[in-house]
Design a protein around this ligand. Sequence first.
Ligand SMILES: Cc1cc2nc3c(=O)[nH]c(=O)nc-3n(C[C@H](O)[C@H](O)[C@H](O)COP(=O)(O)O)c2cc1C
Length: 368
Amino acid sequence: MIESTDGDALPDALRFIAARRFGTLITSSATGRPSAVPCVYDVVTRADGDPAIVVALDDKAKGVPVRELTRVRNILADPTATLLVSDDDEDWGRLAWATVRGGATLVEPGEPGHRAATDALRDKYPQYAAHDLERSPQIWLQPGQGSRWSASDGNDSAPAGDVAARRPTDLTGIVRGRRSVRSFRPDPVPRDIIVRAVEAAGWAPSPHGTQPWRFVVLESRERRAELAEAMSATWRAQLALDSQDPVEIERRVRNSRDRLVTPPLLVLLCRYLPDTHVYPDPDRQLAEGTMATQSLGAAAQNFLLSLYADGLDAGWMCAPLFCPELIVATLGLDPALEPHAFFPVGYAARDPSRRPRRPAEELIARWE
Ligand SMILES: Cc1cc2nc3c(=O)[nH]c(=O)nc-3n(C[C@H](O)[C@H](O)[C@H](O)COP(=O)(O)O)c2cc1C
């Protein structure tokens, strides 16, 4: 059991909070009357490099105008607030919580950081896609003090290397635990875990056992920035085809760029056909290519599951499918490599939302 409230607890408390999705914001009135409301939030980096916790004043039914909300009035009267985040569990051995207390301000639309924080909140909570966050002020909590408690050994917000210890080891647990992660902590990724995942991919079924795939591992952020720059024109052109407005196009291009550049590592999965069979007739030749593509999915899944079992996480981006030649040219790759998918890899910044799955009965089209 650990409980810590000194200055050193703040980074730990922030890590704990950043890795979770729901909290309680506590403010107090000028006369000291406390108010607690459940909230969602994100931990962002301010222009000066310090962290801030951002809570949006969103469109969820409020009953009163945003500026009349108790928490907003409280912050204007007493600019301090506390965020409490807890792991609640019937197994008391898994209980844990953290608080961060600090100065709270309202950041208005158009003020520095508002837009980036809006993007970060939308990235963390897909539900916010339907909310007009741009119009409302945000509550920014500047962390001053932190406290954290855990019934276990304190590993809940442990450094990256300890994450693997808490991953399931059984097949069902690994298959169900893996999820697409879209934002990562900055911690570096151990090389041996990537090599192990590439080996795991090699055990996937493939047509004639040819393993028609190759991995390109991109650690260099400079190379990735060049790549993102080269791909931006394709992204803009495609979004314009969808009649998106220019501000939204730029937001999405920025997001895609960040998804390539900010993770500790980016892996490009390529189809590689030189070892596959050659047929005299077009039908079998076409099927050979399709089989190779199918086996890419199997290789990708082995790769992702292996990363997950080793404590890492990854996302999947289909962007390479839309500009394969550009990627080959920008990275100077062997032209036989056909880019199919990017996997941003790292340690999840937070537990991402999980999509529900269809029940097996719905997926079995017929059984007779
Ligand atoms: C072929 C393929 C392409 C995908 N492309 C993208 C993508 O471009 N961007 C993205 O955010 N997720 C992409 N995904 C991830 C899916 O959105 C994700 O797997 C799905 O929502 C299920 O969520 P889960 O992976 O967390 O279980 C892709 C997945 C596959 C299999």
